[in-house]
Write a protein that binds this ligand. Structure first.
Ligand SMILES: Nc1ncnc2c1ncn2[C@@H]1O[C@H](COP(=O)(O)OP(=O)(O)O)[C@@H](O)[C@H]1O
Ligand SMILES: [Mg+2]
Ligand SMILES: [Zn+2]
Length: 503
């Protein structure tokens, strides 16, 4: 008898419905899978047979053929075990047909347990969008599956339990928990109030968070760069529900969610070490998984000690930074993972760390300096909107008490974001930093005086056309922070300071 059990497969974050067609007929017992399944799927046969037998269900000793349809679409993942096992049971007449509107995901262990799989949220969303009404998932993935919203989730722990649901022996209860998106722990982010002095760096961070501008901090060791960076997440605006789901999908595919943490509710802050590989940063693998760049989606990617990264790794950021997504090409298609990030970088000014220091002399040779400078190419520096020099604070400042707190800074950021939201008519993806030249011209009208300043800067400073546009976008953010309708000379003057890096 021929049966059809529904499931789905992922490529990147995009899902596609797959029907598992199982045919059982007389002949020498065998199990064949056709239809572009990956190795895990093709080799599932013996695992499924053992799981069925260990569940106390009889396994049909016949000729079993499984077709994964549509056959031309490559399929991957261990979650095919459950629908494939149920397909056998339906075809053998052990259970009733499961129907077109029920969808199944789950990996089987040899003893018939259903173990959690990655990618449940995007898989369930795919099922829902394709008209499914019920979804059967590993019990440990139920809370994550329920985030999808309008679909009944059945948590199943064993193959036997799933089979009994369809043989009418014992029905499984649908998942009744409500995923709580307010399990925030903002406490874990330290406060800017701990940082003495450095008001100008804090100001730069407010601008960076408000407009989504990339920021590079250069300064001698111990000047507080890492300390400042760690506090940035505290001033970012909260994620919208839509953004939470978007970020959670990425973590789901990466296999980073758990029963205790089925949803990402805070903007990510991903700190990467300088020995990171290209594929860990951007993602990859035969079953494409997102890298740190995409795990930082809607949040911050922090590259501490930027010059220590391999040039090859830094240069690989160029396209993703511009396109705000990573495309992983594989035969059969390309997987896309979004990466709308704020790039935060820190660097020592030179190998000895003291160039530009007012009190300690730099001892580097000319050759050392130029070698160091060559490590970070202009290409990437050009693409980081803002550059700021972090000076060591004096001892008096350390005692003098504290300036802006995280709370105060965050309020400024949220107000400026609100203005941007109005400007871009509610398009959440849009920030001042994401304006292209056309939008920049539309929203950043410069009067005579402003024009003169920019012309002069273009002549005198090493501004490229890209950084010229970026400067105006930064000025737009500064104007938003001041609640000004138009960009004024002061805003441009401040914005230009963030381009005045000395190379
Ligand atoms: N402005 C500051 N206020 C308070 N403590 C500071 C400040 N700057 C530096 N420190 C102290 O110095 C330590 C080293 O700073 P760190 O952020 O690691 O410097 P960097 O990353 O620039 O080398 C911090 O952990 C902190 O204890
Ligand atoms: Mg540091
Ligand atoms: Zn030096």
């Amino acid at each position: 008898m021929l049966s059809k059990v529904m499931t789905a497969s992922l490529y990147g974050l995009d899902g596609k419905m797959i029907s598992v067609e199982t045919d059982i007929r007389n002949g020498l017992p065998c199990y064949n899978v056709v239809g572009l399944g990956d190795t895990v799927i093709r080799e599932a046969g013996s695992r499924i047979r053992t799981a069925i037998e260990n569940s106390g269900i009889s396994y049909p000793l016949s000729r079993i053929t499984v077709n994964l349809s549509p056959a031309s679409y490559p399929k991957e993942g261990s979650h095919f075990d459950l629908p494939m096992a149920l397909g056998i049971l339906v075809s053998a007449g052990t259970i009733t047909h499961t129907g077109e509107k029920r969808v199944f995901f789950g990996e089987l262990s040899m003893d018939g347990q259903i173990v959690p799989v990655r990618g449940i949220l995007p898989l369930v969303i795919c099922a829902m969008e394709n008209g499914a009404e019920e979804v059967f998932v590993p019990a440990a993935n139920a809370a994550e599956a329920a985030l999808a919203g309008n679909i009944t989730v059945y948590p199943v722990e064993t193959l036997r339990q799933a089979a009994e649901h369809f043989s009418g022996v014992r029905k499984t209860e649908p998942y009744a928990g409500t995923p709580d998106p307010d399990m925030t722990d903002k406490e874990s982010v330290p406060d800017f109030a701990d940082v003495a002095g450095q008001e100008s760096v804090k100001r730069a961070m407010v601008i960076c968070a408000a407009g989504g501008h990339g920021l590079m901090m250069t300064g001698s060791p111990g000047s507080g760069k890492t300390m400042l960076a760690k506090r940035l997440p505290g001033i970012l605006p909260p994620l919208s529900r839509h953004e939470m789901l978007e970020v959670t999908k990425i973590y789901s595919v990466a296999g980073l969610l758990s029963e205790d943490m089925p949803m990402i509710t805070e903007r990510p802050f991903r700190s990467v070490a300088h020995d990171i590989t290209r594929s860990a940063l951007l993602g990859g693998g035969i079953r494409p998984v997102p890298g740190e760049f995409s795990l930082a989606h809607q949040g911050v990617l922090f590259m501490d000690e930027m010059p220590m990264f391999s040039k090859h790794v830094i240069e690989s950021l160029r396209k993703p930074l511009e396109e705000k997504e990573v495309v992983i090409k594989r035969h059969g298609g390309s997987a896309r993972f979004p990466g709308n990030i704020i790039l935060l970088a820190a660097a020592n000014p030179c190998p000895c760390g003291h160039a530009g220091d007012e009190h300690v002399r730099c001892t580097c040779t000319g050759a050392q300096l130029s070698n160091y400078e060559r490590k970070i190419s202009d290409m990437i520096l050009d693409r980081i909107d803002m550059h700021i020099f972090v000076k060591r604070i004096s001892c008096e400042k350390l005692d003098a008490g504290h300036g802006m707190t995280t709370q105060e800074m965050r309020e400024q950021v949220i107000a400026a974001r609100k203005r941007q939201k109005e400007r871009f008519a509610g398009d959440e993806m849009m920030l001042n930093s994401t304006m292209d030249t056309r939008l920049m011209k539309k929203y950043c009208r410069l009067d005579e005086g402003c024009r003169a300043i920019m012309n002069e800067a273009y002549e005198k400073m090493p501004l490229s056309m890209r950084t010229y546009v970026k400067t105006i976008c930064i000025a737009r953010t500064i104007a938003d922070l001041e609640d000004c309708e138009d960009i004024e000379v002061d805003h441009l003057a401040e914005a230009l300071q963030y381009r005045g890096r000395s190379r």
